[in-house]
Design a protein around this ligand. Structure first.
Ligand SMILES: C[S@@+](CC[C@H](N)C(=O)[O-])C[C@H]1O[C@@H](n2cnc3c(N)ncnc32)[C@H](O)[C@@H]1O
Length: 284
């Protein structure tokens, strides 16, 4: 997969290229990254990339011509490498990205990412050259570099071979619409007496898988009940949720022995939970 990024601050991408999962994936050719500085596409002595907004007001606006030429150069280079890349502008006005969007982005050959600065980009450039606008959340950052890196990290870790263990991303939060289960590692008992749930020490892989699934459902029910609203629940999932609604999760002794089991709590105030679990009942 190929990324071409248009940015006034290409050095910032060292965060991605120097260490970690993404750096290793880039090093192994699982993904490629090329950076394009719009200043290299200016034709005046000051290499001007921004100007005052028409109509007045504070701040500066990124000029269309250098961005258009940078995008065109990136497109030509991508096509020469066999990629038909689409162009995405990182913007607080864009579509808020979900894990499902990240999966769709990862399915493409390549993307040209446009990182804005200042008050943003001349609207005519967006109309002419940009296919999609993506937001990483309802807040405003000073530039599109961090959002571009957020998207690239989320995408590249999904690519085959990027993570040490194939499939380890599959259980992550949001991958199948649920939050991840809790995780534990050595020591078995902490200084304050907190112990690892007994089931995880049992060696019973089926029981461990059941426990993890229940924990994922319980966490989602507690923290993000909105995620359950559109889910087509299996019978087992429905049974767990029914028990949670009734005030107790189904557990067997092996799962709780030795563990400090948290009391079930209602979803926090202000978090909307579906009225009745019946509406999630699976059709099968
Ligand atoms: C200060 S912001 C401009 C905000 C713009 N005036 C507005 O209110 O929509 C500068 C740049 O940061 C990037 N940016 C800021 N917040 C973002 C977000 N939540 N998601 C994606 N990109 C963002 C965009 O590329 C934007 O052009």
């Amino acid at each position: 997969m190929r990324f071409d990024v248009i940015s006034l601050f290409p050095e910032q991408f060292r965060i991605l290229t120097q260490e970690g999962v993404v750096a290793r994936a880039l090093g192994r050719g699982i993904a490629t990254l090329r950076l394009w500085n719009p200043r290299d596409f200016t034709h005046d002595p000051h290499r001007t990339v921004d100007d005052r907004p028409y109509g007045g007001g504070p701040g500066m606006v990124m000029k269309a011509p250098p961005l258009h030429d940078a995008i065109r150069a990136a497109r030509v280079a991508a096509e020469a490498a066999g990629c038909r890349s689409r162009v995405a502008y990182l913007s607080p006005q864009g579509r808020p990205l979900s894990q499902a969007d990240i999966g769709r982005i990862a399915d493409a050959d390549g993307w040209i990412l446009l990182a804005g600065r200042y008050e943003g980009v001349d609207e005519r450039l967006l109309e002419a050259d940009v296919d999609e606008e993506w937001s990483i959340g309802d807040y405003v950052l000073s530039g599109g570099e961090l959002p571009a890196m957020v998207v690239m990290d989320a995408v590249i870790r999904l690519l085959p071979g990027a993570l040490g263990h194939a499939g380890s991303a599959l259980a992550d939060s949001h991958m199948d619409g649920l939050l991840d289960c809790p995780h534990y590692t050595r020591p078995e008992t902490l200084d304050d007496g907190r112990r690892v749930p007994g089931v995880l020490l049992s060696g019973d892989h089926a029981a461990i898988a059941r426990w993890r699934k229940r924990q994922a459902l319980e966490r989602t029910w507690q923290r993000r009940p909105d995620l359950l609203a559109g889910r087509d629940l299996s019978k087992d999932e429905q049974a767990v949720l029914d028990a949670l609604e009734a005030g107790a999760a189904p557990r067997d002794s092996a799962e709780t022995s030795g563990a400090t089991v948290r009391q079930l709590t209602q979803p926090p105030d202000g978090v909307e939970r579906p009225e009745s679990s019946d509406q999630h009942r699976s059709q099968d």
